[in-house]
Design a protein around this ligand. Structure first.
Ligand code: G3P
Length: 217
């Protein structure tokens, strides 16, 4: 499973660069970075990370999104153009795919949207698990459904589990067979932590230091 970091913060990306295969951004994450442009932010990320970097279009019409998508793709060959799972976004997906440009279909909330994304040649489709859970529905159930449909239909579009809220989402997405997952810093940092690792290490160090004291007495 590819692991992406869901952030536009270059310092966070540098901190975790050894553990991630790529980065996903969205307009909210880019807007949170002060004093820079989308293009500069993405260039900087591409200098640090050699895998896919998802960058979302901010225009609305098919023509505008197509032009914007082509411009974003020029920033670096690793840029993956993020498009909404809408009637317009799916058409642009098809156009960009035909030009060999990678795409990530975002704001996916149903298996029919995922089927259409695949039909339009999407590289990734991003079902938003957390936001589905937030309205009392089963986000991970959607990942399971799409993974199974893609498997049965022999579809190559990758399922990218997005809107991840906790480490259980990470484990479940891996268990179900999601091709990729994108994690906010908070969840990625929790993946390293276990209380028994911390307490076990503390005890090892205490015992080692006590040995030194014994040896010196
Ligand atoms: O980048 C898309 C997605 O991961 C956003 O997550 O937490 O805003 O629902 P969230």
């Amino acid at each position: 499973m590819e692991i992406f970091l869901d952030t536009a913060d270059i310092n966070v990306i540098k901190k975790y660069k050894n553990f991630i295969d790529g980065v996903t951004t969205n307009p909210s994450l880019i807007a949170a970075i002060n004093g820079s442009t989308t293009y500069k932010i993405i260039e900087e990320i591409c200098d640090v990370i050699s895998g896919p970097i998802s960058v979302e279009v901010i225009s609305n019409t098919v023509d505008e999104m197509f032009v914007e998508g082509k411009e974003l793709a020029k920033i670096h060959s690793n840029v993956c153009v993020k498009l909404p799972c809408t009637f317009e976004g799916l058409q642009v997906c098809k156009q960009l795919s035909q030009k060999g440009i990678s795409t990530n279909l975002t704001l996916c909330f149903s298996s029919t949207q995922a089927l259409l994304a695949a039909k339009c040649g999407a590289t990734y489709v991003s079902p938003f698990i957390g936001r589905i859970d937030d309205i009392g529905q089963d986000g991970m159930g959607l990942i399971d459904e799409i993974v199974n449909i893609y498997d049965v239909q022999k579809i190559e579009t990758k399922v990218l589990a997005a809107s991840i809220r906790n480490v259980n989402h990470v484990i479940q997405a891996a268990y179900i067979g999601a091709d990729a997952i994108t994690l906010p810093e908070k969840v990625l940092s929790q993946c390293f932590y276990h209380p028994l690792t911390k307490s076990g290490l503390k005890k090892f160090m205490q015992d080692w230091n006590n040995k030194d004291q014994k040896d010196n007495s």
